[in-house]
Ligand binder design. Structure first.
Ligand code: ADP
Ligand code: YYY
Length: 224
């Protein structure tokens, strides 16, 4: 295992729709750093488990699935794509069904353990921006900068509503708000690596803030 401790890491954690993916990608682009979308790993395991018809109540099968599933990230026409066992699963991964399955399997401690080293392997020079729920608390506790993004549940549901509508997915605002609240509750109440800010994280409430403002605030934290 190469010693990667000297490679800088910025962690960006927070609940669904707080803007982690958008802000992390933009900041990684501006810094020229690598990017880890840890949620995509949990979503990919959930989707692969569905393809294999695994029982979401069978932890042993899900852990095998977490170790065996091949997950690759690539860009096509400037858009990030996620390849699961050789199949481009990007669109399926972004559905709320995949998000709920990811949140359910993410509560299994052995599944989290199975993904630990895979996530740490993303720490490569010149640096890494890591987005998720436990990047600052569990996966990269030694990160030099940690951010915890929040926004009101209503605003997060509205952002998701717009995002899915733009993709032509039929959803209701009420339904999304319910799903977001249910996922927040499950992610924050699980016994292992619950959603919570690291003690040394800077919290940014993005309610009412535009994307560029949040990107600038995070970049300002990176100044020496
Ligand atoms: N500060 C912000 N203001 C308004 N919209 C935002 C903001 N941050 C993100 N968004 C939009 O909200 C949606 C969800 O953001 P996303 O990055 O997918 O959140 P997360 O990864 O936390 O679930 C996207 O369509 C994104 O463009
Ligand atoms: N580091 C992580 C990332 C995601 N998860 C789980 C919990 C989340 O509800 C699901 C999906 O995460 P993802 O970040 O893709 O979801 P959102 O974009 O925030 O809606 O995976 C986790 O437990 N730990």
């Amino acid at each position: 295992m190469p010693d990667t401790a000297a490679i800088p890491v910025l962690t960006i954690d927070g609940p669904s729709g707080s803007g982690k993916g958008t802000i992390s990608r933009a900041v990684a682009g501006r810094l020229g750093w690598h990017y880890l979308d840890s949620g995509a790993l949990y979503r990919a395991i959930g989707v692969a488990a569905g393809w294999a018809d695994l029982d979401l109540a069978d932890p042993a099968a899900l852990v095998r699935c977490a170790f065996d599933t091949e997950i690759g990230f690539r860009e096509a026409d400037g858009e990030p794509r996620v390849i699961v066992n050789g199949v481009d699963a990007t669109d399926e991964l972004r559905t709320e069904t995949a998000g709920a399955a990811a949140s359910a399997i993410a509560a299994i401690p052995e599944v989290r353990f199975a993904l630990k080293e895979r996530q740490r392997a993303f720490r490569r020079a010149p640096g890494l921006v890591a987005d998720g729920r436990d990047m600052g608390t569990v996966i990269f506790p030694d990160a030099g900068r940690k951010v915890f993004l929040t926004a009101s549940a209503e605003e997060r549901a509205e952002r998701r509503y717009k995002q899915l509508k733009d993709k032509g997915v039929s959803v209701t605002l009420d339904g999304l708000l319910r799903e977001i609240l249910a996922r927040d509750a499950r992610d924050a109440s699980r016994a292992v690596a619950p959603l919570r800010p690291a003690d040394d994280a800077v919290r940014i409430d993005t309610t009412g803030l535009g994307i560029e403002t949040v990107v600038d605030r995070v970049l300002a934290l990176m100044e020496p």
